[in-house]
Unconditional design. Sequence first.
Length: 76
Amino acid sequence: MFQKCMTFIETDSVQTTLNTKLLNPILNHVLKRVFPYIVLICVMFVLLLLSVLITLGVILFQTKLPPPINSASAII
């Protein structure tokens, strides 16, 4: 029975019908629902990457300030 079903499903006309009437509409619907979230995740990733690079740049290229003088050592 299973072999007959598989043989039937493997025919070109059945595969074409399954693709056009079942798989394509389902995939289109899922992609329309998920696409805004994918864009949002990409934008958030780019913003996170930029903030990390800016922070790294500030840490690496900041000017070396002299260490602050302790008030106790200034009195002596």
